[in-house]
Each structure stands twice: as C-alpha cells, then as structure tokens.
Design a protein around this ligand. Structure first.
Ligand code: UFG
Length: 331
C-alpha cells in the first residue's frame, strides 16, 4: 500500500517506516526535521521536508503521491514542554493535524493510523488502564492527543474517514538492526538518560521523586518496545484495509517497573553502577501508569515480542553504546 507517513523521521515513526518497507509497503515520509533525523529514514524511501502547516506543499504531496492511507506521527510530544508552551501543542498537534485531515478528505484518503498517548488518561483511577478508563489529561500534550482523537471520530461520522488511534505507554528500545534508535534533543526520557549517564555523557541520573506511594517510592511505568509499537501500526493498517471501523487501542506490556527497577536492570546490562541523585518530583508525573493492552491483543492480534524488560534495555543499550552521539550533527 502507498502510505504517507508524517513525522517518519522521528523515533517511533522511523521504526514503522523500516517495517513498512520490510512488509512490502510503499511509504513516503514527510517531516519538517525540527526534531526528526533524515538519517533515520531508509535510503530508497522519499523524505520530503515539509511542515504540516504548509497547506500547498501538503496538497501537492497528496496529488503527486496519491497515498491510500496516512500514518500520523508528526507533532510535539513532551509533557513538560507542553506545560510551558501550550500554544506549540495546540498549533502543531491540533491545528496542523486538522489541516492534514482536511487534506485527506479533499484527496479522498479514508484511512489513518494515529500516534496517540497514555497521556490522554491523566492520573489513573485504577490500573491496569483499559481504553474505557476516564480521560482526564493533565497537560496540553495529553489534551491535544485526546482532542485529535475526537476530531477523528467526527471525521469518520461526517466523511467516512476511518482511523485507529494507538495510545502508547512508554516507548523504549531500538531496532535490532542497530541502524536506528532513540535520539531526542533535548532528551527527557528515563532509559536514554540512564544509558547516557553510563556512557559518561551525563554526570548522574536525577530520580524525580522518591516519595511516591509505590513499593520503593519511585514512579512505575509500562515500557513497550518500539518494534512492538511498530508491529501494532502495521496490524492497525491491515485492520482498516480489511474494513475495520474506527478504534482506539492501548499499547503496553501490562507490567510496571519503577524508576529504581529500571536503574537496576540498566546497571546489570551495562555492567557497572550508574550515579544517581534524589530529586524533586517532576510536575505532572502520575505515580503509576500500566496498560491493559488486551483489546489490541484480541482485536488486532498484536503479539509483543519484547515482553522482558532486560531485553528492552539491552536493545536500547545496543543503540546507545554504538551511537553515543545519536545520529550525530544535523545534516
Ligand atoms: N524520570 C526520572 N529521571 C529522569 C527522567 C525520567 O526519574 O531524568 C522518571 C520520570 O519521572 C517518570 C519515569 O522516569 O517517572 C519515566 O519518565 P519518561 O520521561 O521516560 O516518560 P514519561 O512516563 O514521563 O512519558 C511517557 C511518554 C509520554 C506520555 C507520558 C504519559 O513518553 O509521551 O508517558 O504520562 F505523555
């Protein structure tokens, strides 16, 4: 299938692009490269440096490439940044996203797989979190993801544009080929920060909060391998192509690990102690986030292959130790 992948040079998007190629699909990537990396896109796949705000350029891509579906990853994705600059999140994730939807309707493209987030739930009332759990996002980032999901429902009703929204929990790890992995600037995520500390690129890991109501006092998260996220996208595309109706699915392993536990796994994987310091809680961090992904397992036939946290951290380490500077300077 010909698939337009927005944000396909980013962390999750690039892993999906590699898997789309391997599965015989024909992706075209659009990315403004503000956070993505041209080097993450496989050679042979067209990468067009376009911003979703550029209506004319976007329309031109639809005309030239005639995609049959869109996978939408482009957008801003940092909870903390969204608290400081909500306008960025409403503009990039909602206004630009709306422009993409309008363009799809205009060009009669009726299938979208959307990169959503566990941030739509906010502070959970119970775990594991199912898709029916109340949605009460605590940040503009989570609000933007939730509202885009609502827009998708409206576009289905009005124009028959069917979609699958995939609510990721904590994406982690890197492609087994070793060619692509996680490289954010700034980096805010736990596993890359721990591994950069192990590499001596940072002095220490700040543990944000040691007084949470969890066994060791640190936050618990559900880490899911980026390749398992990727396989869910391919299954979601197939689901829509087979006539499936609009749906939302959680993607996680259903197992929670505390910051302290992730640190211990990482120390085992890298074979040395990693310096840490206790720090204040980070505003907006819920104590525990663990998914129920039973719906994706039952409906999409999703079978995550990285269910062991050691393997997830090993895969991340394999990328970081071989790419201590990520993709290197921007080209
Ligand atoms: N953490 C630290 N020190 C650090 C970085 C993180 O202690 O230097 C802790 C955080 O406080 C949190 C855990 O490690 O408890 C995981 O933090 P990440 O930043 O790696 O991930 P988040 O859980 O904050 O974010 C993820 C996704 C977001 C999504 C959010 C939902 O990356 O896209 O879950 O709350 F919005």
């Amino acid at each position: 299938m010909r698939i337009l992948v927005t944000g396909g040079a980013g962390y999750v998007g690039s892993h999906v692009v590699w898997d789309l190629v391997a599965a015989g699909h024909e992706p075209v990537v659009i990315d403004n490269l503000s956070r993505g990396h041209a080097q993450a896109v496989p050679s042979g796949v067209s990468l067009l440096q376009i911003d979703l705000a550029d209506k004319e350029a976007l329309s031109d891509v639809f005309e030239r490439f005639r995609p049959q579906a869109v996978m939408h990853f482009a957008g801003s994705s940092l909870v903390g940044e969204s608290m400081k600059h909500p306008e960025l999140y409403f503009r990039n994730n909602l206004s630009n996203g709306l422009q993409l939807l309008a363009c799809m309707v205009e060009h009669k493209v009726d299938k979208m797989v959307f990169s959503s987030s566990a941030a739509v739930y906010g502070e959970p009332e119970e775990v594991p979190i199912t898709e029916e759990h109340p949605k009460a996002p605590t940040s503009p980032y989570g609000e933007s993801k939730l509202f885009f999901e609502s827009m998708l429902r409206r576009f289905d009703y009005a124009y028959g544009l069917r979609s699958v929204s995939l609510r990721y929990f904590n994406a982690a790890g890197a492609h087994p080929s070793g060619r692509i992995g996680e490289d954010h600037t700034p980096e805010t995520h736990l596993i890359p920060i721990i591994l950069q500390t192990a590499l001596g690129k940072r002095e220490e890991l700040s543990i944000f909060g040691t007084d949470y109501p969890t066994e060791d006092g640190t936050c618990i998260r559900d880490y899911v391998h980026v390749c398992d996220l990727s396989s869910a996208h391919i299954l979601a595309l197939q689901f829509l192509d087979d006539g499936g109706r609009s749906e939302v699915f959680n993607l996680g392993n259903g197992q929670g690990f505390s910051v302290q536990q992730i640190l211990s796994v990482a120390e085992k994987v890298v074979g040395k102690p990693i310096p840490t310091r206790r720090a204040e809680r980070r505003p907006g961090d819920p104590a525990v986030l663990v998914a129920s992904a039973q719906k994706a397992i039952d409906v999409l036939g999703w079978r995550p292959s990285f269910t062991d946290i050691d393997r997830i951290v090993e895969s991340a380490w394999n990328w970081h130790k071989n790419h201590p500077d990520g993709y290197g300077p921007r080209q």
